[in-house]
Design a protein around this ligand. Structure first.
Ligand code: SF4
Ligand SMILES: [Zn+2]
Ligand SMILES: [Zn+2]
Length: 315
């Protein structure tokens, strides 16, 4: 099988683009998709300081590596969730990446460790506050990423969400007609007010498979196992369903998600959506100062409850 762009051998078949590419042409394809995402959504410029949320998985490490190679100033934040062996291994992958691939760029890796009573992790914290682990984890990560981005003066926070993630989330939101979430599902969430970091998803035009191939070809050593708490999640079921459709008809995922973005951008309400809504509904949390629509933000409420439960006598 030959590359469709040059005489070399192809290393990847890409049915959604009806093509096959060699390593160099595929690398260029991936970088072009990222450049396009950054430019068309005005994510950041070469002068901006970027904080990449890294988990040790392929998406976030590939994102960090691509941004550095494209010449952007990108540091990273790793949140250690304290989920047994999974966290030990993912922490090692992040550290190794920082010490090897990222080292020549003189980057900073910030690490936040979730330490509840006796150093327990997110699962124990979630049990204590009687919330599903992933819900507690989401609250925790959102809070910590935003806090570090704002306190350390980063212009923008980047996450490794890919096309599969975004299409699966869109499918879930459409199936349940979660229109509030649909409004917020964008590759850019603006820094609508003080204390809120701008958030971007530069990999949203690339599929999980393409990013895995990129990581493999560029010898990015990442944690292959998913977080054990993801097992049985709805999002995985939606991804599976979309993969079935994609096999039958290549390009389905891309059409579904990218056309959703195009249609929304063309709608007359698009411009006064998120930023305006946020400005109207958000104000500083009375406990920590981060933006919230309630008096006290969900992170502070969760931690207050954890402290109360930890101090409460057993029954
Ligand atoms: S699967 Fe759940 S617990 Fe694991 S990282 Fe994702 S949100 Fe957190
Ligand atoms: Zn080629
Ligand atoms: Zn708060």
């Amino acid at each position: 099988m030959h590359c469709r762009k040059c005489p070399r051998s192809a290393v990847i078949k890409m049915p959604r683009h009806n093509t096959a590419l060699c390593k160099d042409c595929f690398t260029e394809f991936v970088r072009t998709q990222v450049r396009r995402a950054i430019a068309s959504h005005r994510m950041f410029t070469a002068d901006d300081r970027i904080l990449v949320a890294v988990s040790g998985g392929k998406d976030s490490l590939a994102l960090w590596s691509i941004l550095l190679q494209l010449g952007y100033r990108a540091d990273a934040l790793y949140v250690n969730l304290g989920i047994g062996d999974y966290s030990v291994q993912s922490r090692q992958k992040v550290q190794r990446f920082t010490d090897t691939v990222a080292a020549p760029y003189r980057v900073t890796l910030h690490i936040h460790t979730i330490e509840q009573e006796q150093g327990a992790g997110i699962r124990e914290l979630a049990t204590l506050v009687r919330r599903p682990t992933c819900a507690a984890c989401g609250t925790m990560k959102r809070y910590q990423f935003n806090r570090v981005a704002v306190e350390r003066d980063y212009d923008v926070m980047a996450t490794g969400h890919n096309l599969d993630d975004e299409a699966a989330r869109l499918l879930g939101n459409v199936l349940h007609w979660q229109t509030d979430y649909l409004d917020k599902q964008a590759p850019v969430l603006p820094a609508s007010l003080d204390g809120f970091a701008k958030k971007v998803k530069p990999l949203h035009r690339l599929t999980e498979r393409e990013i895995a191939a990129y990581a493999l070809l560029h010898r990015i050593d990442y944690i292959v196992d998913e977080c054990p708490m993801a097992k049985g999640s709805k999002l995985l079921a939606y991804k599976h369903a979309l993969n079935q459709l994609e096999m039958e008809s290549p390009g389905t995922k891309q059409n579904f998600y990218l056309q959703f973005l195009e249609r929304r951008a063309a709608s007359p309400d698009a411009h006064h959506t998120m930023a305006e809504q946020d400005r109207q509904h958000l104000h500083p949390c009375t406990a920590c100062g981060q933006p919230t629509s309630a008096e006290v933000c969900s992170y502070c409420r969760m931690m207050a409850r954890a402290r109360a439960e930890a101090g409460a006598p057993a029954h």
